[in-house]
Ligand binder design. Structure first.
Ligand SMILES: [Zn+2]
Length: 61
């Protein structure tokens, strides 16, 4: 997901709580930053949040 798109999602989502159900790679100026952003709220995910999402997914399947 491009950085400007993530910012737009952040604007649309506002301050609502988000469980970060899904994520995408963050891309700035055409390059992947190696970070991940939540596709729902557009925020950068920490490693801890990434692990939480992965763990949650494993439990669901
Ligand atoms: Zn989120």
């Amino acid at each position: 997901m491009r950085g400007e798109k993530a910012l737009q999602i952040q604007d649309d989502w506002g301050d609502k709580p988000c469980e970060h159900p899904d994520y995408d790679r963050e891309i700035l100026f055409g390059c992947s930053t190696g970070d991940y952003v939540c596709v729902q709220c557009g925020r950068c995910l920490t490693n801890e949040e990434m692990e939480a999402i992965k763990t949650k997914r494993k439990k669901q399947h």
